[in-house]
Design a protein around this ligand. Structure first.
Ligand code: NAD
Length: 353
């Protein structure tokens, strides 16, 4: 099992089946009495179950968390938090719910406990993306890093198989880019390798048996490792492309990451093959981008951006936007190179074909 006690932040991080039931102890440790539980509308039942176990330590439940953290939802939740006199936030859900908790913490400086139910990894970063008037902006602030994470594998068994795969590949994308990050350290490279290994080994197991709690716990340890490196080092081409496609073409977050990852890795492997070699080592020999594409295919992951609604006509504009603000990448970024990469990702071909 992945040893993540090599943590690189100050967070309290606990793993284990049923760990959510220890939340009263956690509230005592952080000296809070009035938790506001957060969730999406789709996960309100899980939020209510959690709240029912809070025995007098509950201020309220807010179940309107939304993708991309719209500022109007945050302001509505903030009014509610003030009305009920909340002294901490408990976010139960994926990156969208965690995002709401972070946005509230930014505005109040109250502590956050996150109980993640996807592998997106937002709970392990001091990064917050928020949307206002259709524009998403991202900030990094220590106030936003959650104080406590409780990874309970019993809560991820409900993650549908398709989302299990795309969310897992989303997490692996953080680790893949951390392998060649300019500001990488030995610790971040070690965590990246561990995170990738956890998903390579455990994703096929959870697909074969979604109720496999041990394998689910391994994926959560992988998610923490991948999230921790996302928060610790700079990302490059892959994340830039996904932000472009998500922000300007409204493509879904995890699916877009899953499709673009093999292509971005293939592109960068030409410049830094030795840094990306751990991926081929884990997946069995092929070049890292092709190995990731084969892995994704074996898990029935989506492979083509056109299946997400992107049109071929959008590819030129996507290339232009991706190139518009210069950013560091291990391989020089050219319009022709990015356009060719996007063409393959759009049509669902293996990278480099
Ligand atoms: P999500 O939180 O939007 O969840 C997608 C849907 O799946 C929601 O309806 C949710 O309720 C449901 N769901 C989640 N877990 C479930 C479970 N176990 N069982 C059943 N249904 C479940 O998806 P996500 O991919 O986790 O998060 C995406 C968002 O997170 C994006 O806005 C992205 O920008 C953000 N994000 C931020 C960071 C960061 O560091 N700031 C990192 C990663 C992602």
């Amino acid at each position: 099992m992945l040893a993540v006690d090599q943590a690189i932040s100050e967070q309290v991080v606990r793993f284990g089946a049923g760990i959510r039931h220890h939340i009263l102890d956690v509230l005592e440790e952080i000296e809070c009495q009035r938790a506001l539980v957060l969730s999406t509308p789709q996960q309100s039942d899980a939020a209510m179950d959690l709240a029912a176990g809070l025995n007098g330590h509950i201020a309220g439940i807010y179940t309107r968390a939304t993708m991309h953290t719209p500022v109007d939802v945050t302001e509505d939740a903030l009014c509610h938090a003030r009305e009920v006199n909340a002294d901490c936030f408990v976010a139960l859900g994926g990156g969208s719910t965690t995002g709401l908790g972070k946005a509230l913490a930014l505005r109040t400086d109250l502590p956050q406990i996150v109980i993640p139910t996807t592998y997106a990894g937002s709970e392990a970063t001091p990064i917050l993306g928020q949307t206002e008037n259709g524009v998403k902006t991202t900030l990094t602030d220590a106030k936003v890093l959650p104080e406590v994470i409780l990874y309970d594998p019993e809560l991820v068994v409900t993650l549908p198989p398709a989302m299990t795969v795309t969310s897992g590949l989303n997490a692996m994308a953080h680790a893949a880019e951390a392998l060649y990050a300019q500001d990488r350290t030995e610790a971040t490279t070690g965590l990246s390798k561990e995170g990738l290994r956890a998903f390579v080994e455990a994703l096929p197991k959870v697909l074969a048996d979604p109720q496999d709690i041990r394998a689910r716990e391994e994926t959560q340890r992988g998610a923490y490792a991948c999230g921790a490196v996302l928060g610790a080092v700079g990302m490059a081409l892959h994340h830039k492309l996904c932000h472009t496609l998500g922000g300007s073409f409204d493509l879904p977050h995890a699916e877009t990451h899953a499709i673009v990852l093999p292509h971005a890795v293939h592109f960068n492997a030409e410049a830094v093959p030795e840094l990306l070699a751990p991926i081929s080592d884990l997946l069995g020999g092929r070049t890292p981008g092709v190995a990731l594409w084969d892995f994704a295919k074996s898990l029935n992951a989506p492979l083509a951006l056109r299946d997400l609604g992107l049109t071929e006509n959008d590819l030129d504009r996507a290339t232009e936007i991706a190139l518009s603000k210069p950013y560091w990448n291990p391989r020089e970024i050219t319009a022709d190179g990015i356009r060719a990469l996007l063409q393959n990702a759009w049509s669902g071909e293996a990278p480099g074909t």
